[in-house]
Write a protein that binds this ligand. Sequence first.
Ligand SMILES: NC(=O)c1ccc[n+]([C@@H]2O[C@H](COP(=O)([O-])OP(=O)(O)OC[C@H]3O[C@@H](n4cnc5c(N)ncnc54)[C@H](OP(=O)(O)O)[C@@H]3O)[C@@H](O)[C@H]2O)c1
Length: 307
Amino acid sequence: MVEKELPTLSADKKLLKVNASSLNHRDVWITKGMYPGIKLGATMGSDAVGVDETGNEYIINPGIAWGPNEGYQSPDFRVLGVPDEGTFADYIAIDHHYIYPKPVHLSAAQAAALPLAGVTAYRAIIKRAHVQPGEKVLISGIGGGVALFAMQFALALGCEVFVTSGSEQKIQKAMDMGAKSGFLYTDADWPKKLLTTFGSVDVIVDSAAGPGFNQLTKVCNPGARIVFYGGSEGKIDGLNPQPLFWKQISILGSTMGSDQDFAQMLDFVNTHTLVPIVHRVYPFEDLHYGFNEMESATQFGKIVFQH
Ligand SMILES: NC(=O)c1ccc[n+]([C@@H]2O[C@H](COP(=O)([O-])OP(=O)(O)OC[C@H]3O[C@@H](n4cnc5c(N)ncnc54)[C@H](OP(=O)(O)O)[C@@H]3O)[C@@H](O)[C@H]2O)c1
């Protein structure tokens, strides 16, 4: 922990005492030097719920300076927490523009799990893939923070959800939450198993990319959309163009979300009284345990810090 001066306030900023924050894979990439624009000494952390001097609780939109175009972010866009001062702190000074009332049905810890992963999942499936009620949606790596929100949103929309994971236990947990079935992505035959029992899908949500991406194209319906927001497993080598053009498949990149996406995501969560899946709440002092846990990928849901 490092002692810093309280941030200086201006008319457009509010000082919040951070009640709870949460971890994203971005934070792990930053500690490994594997993220663009790292500013040494800046405080990490993108997600938080904080309280102002009158006792009102707010949730923070970590997408800074999206800009005027709903279709894509401006060149000034950045994610809160490096290079800007982030949420792994006792206090944060944040522009009024980026704070919203905390959903009343959520605890501070549950709400702190929501911002970055929630807006990423919302934009990916609703704005980019235009998921429709009744569609079949496959979500890869369901243990991931964003992946779980994507599943909750798709289920709330009335979709039939399938998942992949590296863990049987996580597949079972996803099925307990309402997923129809799940498959181990470590089993090379998983696409065949999905196709044989349930047929092909309309939408795929992925954050791994890498060599496994080719498997995804095998389970697409004609007209399917594959939306991806990460590349944890690296480049997509050997992508076969034939099924893509023949089946009219769209591959859509997606990142975070606009201010409008964030507000709509909160509305969606409030309307459906969705509760984020929190894997574990650590005391803020034990931040490093949370990082270790995310690196080992044993979590199912978000890792939260109580400040
Ligand atoms: N572009 C954006 O706006 C944006 C926003 C958020 C995150 N991201 C990126 O998206 C990725 C996930 O972020 P996160 O915060 O959700 O991370 P996370 O909570 O650490 O989840 C990562 C998940 O990836 C899954 N995974 C690992 N290997 C896989 C494979 N071969 N195939 C399919 N899934 C696999 C694992 O699922 P199982 O545990 O089920 O095996 C793991 O739980 C990261 O690379 C992150 O940087 C991008």
